[in-house]
Design a protein around this ligand. Structure first.
Ligand SMILES: NC(=O)c1ccc[n+]([C@@H]2O[C@H](COP(=O)([O-])OP(=O)(O)OC[C@H]3O[C@@H](n4cnc5c(N)ncnc54)[C@H](O)[C@@H]3O)[C@@H](O)[C@H]2O)c1
Ligand SMILES: O=c1ccn([C@@H]2O[C@H](COP(=O)(O)OP(=O)(O)O[C@H]3O[C@H](CO)[C@@H](O)[C@H](O)[C@H]3O)[C@@H](O)[C@H]2O)c(=O)[nH]1
Length: 475
């Protein structure tokens, strides 16, 4: 049997890629069917694998089993329906069934920020691994995909040792995930790299066999997917290092925005100019209201907490600054709101009572319904706390936003939100907002004042239509 394999890696032996179930390809399970796990389960079924997606949330599983993706991710609905119909994909709340089915089990549960502040909450990982281990009846590979503090894979090995029958020889590996919401299908089917942390040739072989569909797809498109095979600690660190770098890049350009604001520069032109240098690159240099979501904010905090525990806190002190720069951008929107509305900005912030503000955007970025740590919603809540009557509209995030911030008013359309507003704040760069007609919106608003929190509007066009325009780090 010839296995196409990235030329820089040693090819695993045939014995190492023979699934314990006896199936021709490893049967895969994904524990946790949120943004990460559901996307993976669906995409790997699309690549031809037999898959079970498991979750403790019965409502979520019922939706998925019924052909409905419980969140917004472009392209995923169609793949879900196709693969359910093909019989390759199932969803279950039965851990025993899931354990017996799989050769390779991917742990995709949440690792949120702990209630006490900085570190990661590993209780869902612990519950998933323990439950799975107790129900395994033959050799299997448990692969961590959730984002975790370095050292977690070793701890999971101990958990497996405690809860799985010793004679089965269950093994653990780590394979961090880099997908971006909004591009998740493409990122899973065509990743820009695969990283695996393994201890044995068998684990390496099973992971290779589990990703063969990805390598085969790449080969048909004349691409190679780089594969990095490494130890547990490096695999875990690659993930948080990548997110720390991305967060730093965004805060760097937002720090430049702060300087532009006092020096009279334009950060959008500055970013374009530095981005032409290929050593810098032009991506992730969009200044604005900053980064949010279920990953970057919590991951940089958990990384700092773990480094501190390991005695390397000094090395990551700059990430604290990255976090502060990011949070300051949210306050900047309040300053601009006060300026445009002619209100004083005191030590406790502005008093915006008696004003009506339209907030366009509730998700942490466009093409997603995810509102976790969304700068837009945080700013909307701060405007409301300052006394403004805040009306929010988002193309996909309304249900999640309502759950997260029930104190705000929600409108059925962009026009309804803008009607009667003294100020419009565009805080997520959805295409609907970028392409909105400032003349038509101007007729609905009470006052033509706009804060462009994502520098996504054509300032000339809005100014021409009579709007008083304020961007982030630009005149
Ligand atoms: N969302 C992303 O784009 C992304 C990308 C890369 C890595 N990650 C990481 O992946 C992990 C999951 O993130 P997410 O965004 O998918 O979170 P999520 O909250 O959308 O999904 C987590 C799922 O795990 C389920 N769950 C909780 N306990 C469980 C258990 N014991 N057994 C089975 N399922 C259980 C929950 O019900 C939920 O459906 C996190 O560590 C995150 O940092 C996320
Ligand atoms: O130039 C930029 C780029 C992004 N953002 C903001 O940064 C946040 C995060 O954006 P993005 O990274 O696209 O979203 P995520 O889907 O959270 O993806 C990040 O987090 C995932 C979970 O760890 C990783 O897998 C991805 O590689 C990593 O990009 C969003 O609020 C964006 O609006 C900016 O403000 N300026």
């Amino acid at each position: 049997m010839t296995i196409p394999y990235p030329s820089t890696q040693p090819m695993p032996t045939i014995a190492a890629v023979t699934p314990p179930s006896g199936a021709a390809r490893p049967r895969l399970t994904f524990l946790g069917t949120g943004y990460l796990g559901a996307t993976y389960a669906i995409c790997f079924a699309e690549l031809g694998y037999e898959v079970i997606g498991f979750d403790v949330d019965a409502e979520k599983i019922a939706k998925l089993a019924g052909g409905e993706v419980p969140f917004h991710e472009p392209g995923l609905d169609e793949l879900l329906k196709r693969n359910l119909a093909a019989g390759r994909l199932r969803f279950s709340t039965d851990i025993a069934e899931t354990a017996v089915f799989g050769d390779v089990h991917f742990i995709c549960v949440g690792t949120p920020q702990r209630a006490d502040g900085m570190g990661a909450d590993l209780s869902y990982v612990e519950a998933a691994v323990t439950g799975l281990s107790q129900h395994l009846i033959r050799k299997a590979l448990i692969v961590g995909k959730s984002t975790v503090p370095v050292g977690t894979a070793e701890w999971i090995e101990q958990l497996v040792g405690k809860h799985a029958a010793a004679d089965l020889g269950v093994e653990v590996a780590w394979s961090p995930e880099f997908l971006q919401e909004g591009f998740a299908v493409e990122d899973v089917l065509r990743p820009n790299r695969i990283v695996v942390g393994v201890k044995t040739e068998w684990a390496n072989g099973m992971l290779y066999a589990s990703h063969k569909g990805v390598f085969d797809l790449a080969a048909t498109e004349d691409r190679e997917v780089p594969l990095v095979v490494t130890d547990f600690a490096t695999a875990e660190l690659v993930k948080v290092a990548a997110n720390a770098f991305l967060a730093t890049k965004i805060s760097f350009i937002n720090a430049m925005a702060e300087v532009c604001e006092v020096a009279g520069g334009d950060v959008t032109q500055l970013a374009r100019a530095i981005g032409y240098d290929p050593r810098i690159g032009n991506r992730f240099l969009q200044a604005g209201v900053g980064f949010g979501g279920g990953c970057l904010p919590k991951d940089i905090r958990a990384f700092q907490a773990r480094a501190q525990e390991l005695g390397a806190g000094e090395a990551l002190r700059f990430l604290h600054e990255v976090d502060l720069i990011n949070l300051r951008r949210r306050s900047r929107v309040l300053q601009l709101a006060a300026e445009l509305l002619g209100r004083r900005y005191g030590p406790a912030g502005p008093d915006l009572s008696g004003t009506r503000v339209a907030v366009l955007g509730a998700t942490f970025k466009p093409n997603s319904d995810d509102v976790r740590d969304a700068p837009s919603l945080a700013v909307a809540a701060a405007l409301s706390k300052a006394g403004a009557d805040v009306h929010v509209y988002d193309p996909q995030g309304m249900d999640n936003a309502r759950r997260e911030r029930p104190e705000l008013s929600y409108e059925a359309s962009m026009e309804d939100a803008v009607r009667g507003a003294d100020l419009v704040c565009v805080l997520t760069e959805w295409a609907d907002f970028r392409n909105a007609d400032p003349v038509a919106l101007g007729e609905l608003a009470s006052g033509r004042r706009v804060v462009d929190g994502r520098n996504c509007l054509d300032s000339g066009l809005w100014t021409q239509a009579g709007w008083e325009y304020r961007g982030m780090g630009r005149p």
